[in-house]
Design a protein around this ligand. Structure first.
Ligand code: FE2
Length: 277
């Protein structure tokens, strides 16, 4: 592997590239356009994750209808994807909104791989009461829970305390590339840098919504991570864990490896502290 290949992410476990089933890609053409750019950034394995309300899993017939709709749209897209990107490993799972405290997570199609974890989010960026207990109870089922973009929820002053409680409940944190560079606003940026500085980010993903010309922000996020280490080696080690090692471990049903805290004297720390001035 050359130095520049190491800098490229290879596994992306959060995106909305099943056409016409959620607020992501509308058409197969949009999927192909997005995949052209993602593979151009070095992504070689992509698990796409259409939205699914957890409450639906408790209603057998509507749940089955929704899953069949996603299955069919994915199968259609996959044919074109295999033709255009034969090297890409392209799969589907779901991003499950925890709009009910006890969804049924037993359907294997929701998982990021046959033995992998499940990507979950709080519904409509609002955190329900008792959120750590929800994560803890679901975690008792033995499936690793990857919490999508913890930096983006409306948490107010106590944001970091709430996030600490989620981590103690066993949640694995997936931060969006775009958050690190301000694409989701200053609060999400500040929190994502704070999470990196604490070593609380387990992996990065695009959460790409499949719209032509919507930026991916992968290259800028890479610069942020690489410049955040005490030395070049630290930043590189963190980048590889965040974009390769830990996503692969999630797919293998293993827990992520610790990511070195960034920002101890590097330029990331200067940027992070400058946000409070
Ligand atoms: Fe998403």
């Amino acid at each position: 592997m050359t130095g520049s290949e190491e800098l490229r992410p290879s596994i992306d476990i959060h995106s909305h590239l099943v056409p016409g089933v959620d607020d992501g890609a509308a058409t197969v053409e949009d999927v192909l356009e997005g995949l052209g750019r993602l593979t151009g950034e070095g992504v070689s394995t992509l698990v796409t994750t259409p939205h699914l309300d957890g409450s639906l899993t408790l209603l057998p017939r509507p749940f089955e209808e929704r899953m069949s709709q996603i299955d069919e749209a994915f199968a259609r897209a996959r044919k074109s994807v295999e033709g255009s990107f034969p090297e890409l490993s392209f799969h589907r799972a779901n991003e499950v909104a925890l709009d009910h405290p006890e969804p049924d997570l037993s359907d294997p199609r929701m998982r990021l791989s046959p033995s992998g974890g499940i990507l979950v989010e709080w519904p409509r960026l609002r955190v329900p009461p008792g959120s750590p207990q929800v994560l803890e109870r679901l975690g008792e089922q033995g499936i690793p829970l990857v919490l999508a973009h913890p930096e983006r929820y409306r948490l107010g002053e106590s944001a970091m305390d709430r996030m600490e409680a989620w981590r103690e409940a066993g949640a694995i944190f997936q931060v969006n590339y775009g958050s690190l560079v301000g694409a989701f606003g200053p609060d999400a940026r500040r929190r994502s840098l704070n999470l990196l500085a604490r070593g609380w980010v387990d992996l990065l993903a695009s959460d790409f919504h499949g719209r032509p010309r919507l930026p991916l922000h992968i290259a800028e996020a890479r610069d942020t991570v690489l410049s955040g280490g005490r030395d070049e080696g630290d930043g590189m080690e963190a980048w590889i864990r965040l974009t390769r090692t830990n996503p692969q471990r999630i797919l293998d049903g293993e827990l992520p490896l610790a990511v070195p805290p960034l920002g101890n004297g590097g330029t990331l720390w200067s940027r992070f502290t400058s946000l409070f001035r």
